[in-house]
Design a protein around this ligand. Structure first.
Ligand SMILES: Cc1ncc(COP(=O)(O)O)c(C=O)c1O
Length: 397
């Protein structure tokens, strides 16, 4: 398929990470409209599920849901997470996975990230489990809270995989379920294995800013047919008898619609060209910043094939002459949209009752990081303008 970048906003502003709609989206959505199959039944839902499963390439089951957050909520439920359990996760991430844990009545415990990868630090996880927890009757108990730890929820952050092997090793030693939040990193690989297949259960998002989008959407991925069946049941109102409306338990209306899935099928057809575009954008930025003191791109580990979903740099105030928020303001004045990363979750007022364990790197990265425009359709001239504004701010450059 040929790929022509298109101007993003048309108003001269350069957006951060905008959807790219250049394939069969209109055709497939029109098919839904023409046929009347617009809601949560229809061919496109199954086709999208099959398409994602095939793309991920191993024998996985895929269950389409309304967004990444519901994928996480459902994954936690099918993993048996409930009231008073705890789930270990990185402090540096979007709040959705922590919220999903709270929806279950369970508690997230926040651990630090690795400075080299920005992802959940496997050594911190191992240290936390061995020094801060005890094993009682085969269950892992957090000594500080007295609660049972049931799962670990690593996130593949910003298009880059988490170092999952040592995390799985720790999880297996202590009987923890691994739920991979791959919502930001479809297309990336860990030691050659596709992100989205690395956990016992993995979650994807097709939100508008993701590599491929359905407007809003998500997917639960698992190799276990039993778990997939349970996910399907819970996400479609837990219907035991659809004719007589008999429901075995409290379920959820989390099923993706055919309209959204139609868009997903069209987007999935373009994923390889989208990834190529992300790589080209990253190479241009990295080249431009290689001799610019104080601007350091997010690193890529040697075992990782990042998809560079959201291109992000660290701004060193001393070397660069201004901090990340000041640079964000300057770029904003120049019509360039940028964004800091998230408030580290142990500092979030929404999660004030949750435990954070020795968090240093996540705070530092959270303070200094800035994400730059990297839409698939970003024009070369637009990117050059972003680079120029960043270089101009540098005193004496
Ligand atoms: C790490 C992470 N987890 C979960 C989500 C939730 O996905 P959604 O917005 O589709 O609910 C997002 C982002 O949107 C995310 O960045």
């Amino acid at each position: 398929m040929s790929f022509e970048p298109v101007a993003i906003t048309g108003d001269g502003r350069i957006g951060l990470c905008e959807p790219h709609i250049a394939g069969n989206e209109w055709t497939y959505i029109k098919e839904c409209l023409d046929s009347g199959w617009v809601s949560s039944a229809g061919n496109f839902v199954e086709r999208f599920e099959r398409g994602i499963a095939d793309y991920l390439g191993s024998a996985v089951e895929a269950v389409a849901v309304v967004n990444g957050t519901s994928a996480l909520h459902t994954s936690l439920m099918i993993a048996g997470i409930c009231q008073s359990h705890e789930v270990l996760m990185p402090a540096l991430t979007f709040i959705a996975p922590a919220n999903a844990v709270r929806y279950c009545g369970a508690w997230p415990v926040f651990l630090d990230v690795d400075r080299e990868t920005w992802q959940l630090d496997p050594n911190t996880l191992s240290r936390f489990v061995s020094e801060e927890c005890i094993s009682r009757d085969g269950e892992l108990i957090n000594r500080f809270t007295g609660r049972r730890i049931k799962a670990v929820l690593p996130v593949d952050l910003l298009g880059h995989p988490v170092d999952i092997d040592p995390i799985i090793e720790t999880a297996r030693q202590h009987g923890l379920v691994v739920i991979e939040d791959a919502t930001e990193s479809l297309g990336a690989k860990y030691k050659g294995r596709p992100v989205g297949t690395l956990g016992d259960i993995s979650c994807l998002s097709f939100n508008g800013n993701k590599l491929i989008t359905t407007g809003g959407g998500g997917m639960i991925i698992t190799k276990s047919p039993e778990l997939a069946l349970r996910a399907r049941y819970l996400t479609t109102q837990a219907k035991d008898d659809p004719l007589e409306y008999i429901h075995g338990e409290v379920g959820f209306n989390y099923r993706l619609t055919n309209l959204q899935a139609a868009m997903g099928c069209a987007q999935l057809e373009q994923i390889d060209t989208f990834i190529k575009a992300k790589h080209a954008i990253t190479a241009r930025y990295n080249g431009a910043f290689s001799d610019l003191p104080g601007i350091t791109p997010m690193p890529q580990a040697e075992w990782a094939q990042s998809v560079f979903w959201l291109y992000t740099v660290l701004v060193d105030e001393k070397q660069y002459g201004m901090n990340s928020r000041e640079l964000m303001a300057k770029l904003g004045q120049a019509g360039v949209q940028t964004r800091p990363l998230w408030q580290p979750l142990h500092q979030s007022p929404a999660l004030a009752d949750c435990q954070g364990y020795q968090i240093v790197a996540a705070e530092e990265i959270g303070r200094n990081a800035l994400s730059l425009p990297c839409s698939v359709g970003l024009l070369k001239e637009e990117q050059e303008r972003v680079i120029q504004v960043i270089k101009e701010q540098m005193i004496g450059f």
